[in-house]
Design a protein around this ligand. Structure first.
Ligand SMILES: [Zn+2]
Ligand SMILES: [Zn+2]
Length: 313
């Protein structure tokens, strides 16, 4: 564990707000403070702040396995108020379920990113849906039916077919949907034919309907999947953001090094080539800004996450 002083020397004084606390968060270049719900913790401690600072992001939710919990604490101690965390663990093992519980008891504010080759309505996931309700934390799930790479396999398959049943069966569980199948199903004509469908959205898609009908469902607009959905049909986007302004959460899922598109932003996924060389955080914040009022922008990039994670805004 680093001391705060060692941490300051390592990452520089820019890591800190003048007065630590969310209320004092700087407004920054986006016109309101920004919380990145979907930020995978980087191995190098200083690299985490480099991305936040580079993209103009105030604070972020670290998504990690429990094995990263010491580094989470180092970051939280070194940059007060800038990092929350969600823990992920394999729901198909008893140890995984124990780790999720222990992590929440030691400060994790949710489960995620839950990305496993297990059915959306299978017994393994059902067990953690119930646990999330019991511990009163949200669960962030990656839904994907179409491979990005040869033999990748599906992640939480069965979203379109079975997720409404889950929302009904677990009304006390707060779900946060994310990734390809979740966002492709905003369009009613989607049949798993492509990871990232393009062209105009057919109104009445499953995800749009579920966000409207179920108070326990939220949407994380991170990654190419979220950005693509918000970009494919400008005539649809503003109305979609207005209707679900209390249910959507900004996240980046960006892997770029510097908050300006350096390095690799989407894991060399060929289907996400439209974002190659770009910072996904910047691209999605730009789309959100273009299609929202300042009030709605602030809800999606700051207020909604603070309510959901029970943090003062
Ligand atoms: Zn994901
Ligand atoms: Zn980036």
């Amino acid at each position: 564990m680093l001391t705060r002083r060692q941490f300051v020397e390592m990452v520089g004084a820019a890591a800190f707000w003048p007065a630590a606390g969310p209320r004092d968060a700087p407004i920054g270049e986006w016109g309101s403070p920004v919380f990145d719900l979907h930020f995978h913790m980087r191995g190098q401690t200083a690299a985490n702040l480099t991305h936040l600072d580079g993209a103009g992001i105030t604070s972020a939710n670290l998504l990690t396995r429990a094995a990263g919990s010491d580094q989470v604490r180092t970051l939280q101690a070194g940059a007060p108020g800038r990092f929350t965390w969600f823990c992920s663990a394999d729901p198909s093992t008893a140890e995984g379920v124990d780790v999720l519980t222990a992590s929440v008891k030691s400060g994790a504010r949710g489960f995620g990113e839950m990305k496993y080759h297990l059915a959306t309505d299978g017994p393994e996931f059902r067990r953690v849906y119930a646990l999330a309700a019991e511990l009163r934390v949200p669960i962030l799930i990656h839904f994907q039916e179409v491979d990005h790479f040869d033999k990748e396999g599906t992640w939480s398959p069965g979203f379109a077919r079975s997720f409404e049943r889950i929302l009904k069966a677990y009304p006390r569980t707060t779900f946060i949907g994310h990734a390809d199948a979740f966002w492709a199903n905003v369009s009613a004509d989607y049949r798993n034919e492509a990871a990232y469908p393009s062209g105009p959205i057919v109104r009445g898609g499953i995800t749009d309907k579920l966000l409207g009908d179920y108070p326990n469902l939220y949407g994380d607009v991170s990654a190419n999947s979220g950005n693509n959905m918000l970009s494919r049909d400008p005539a649809f986007t503003a109305d979609f953001l207005r209707r679900h302004q209390d249910k959507l959460l900004f996240g980046s899922d960006c892997g770029c090094t510097d908050g300006h598109g350096g390095g690799v932003s989407q894991g060399n996924n060929p289907g996400a080539a439209r974002l190659a060389g770009k910072c996904v955080a910047r691209e999605t914040l730009t789309v959100l800004k273009r299609f929202t009022s300042p009030e709605i922008f602030r809800k999606i990039t700051w207020d909604n996450a603070h309510s959901l994670l029970q943090m003062s805004a």
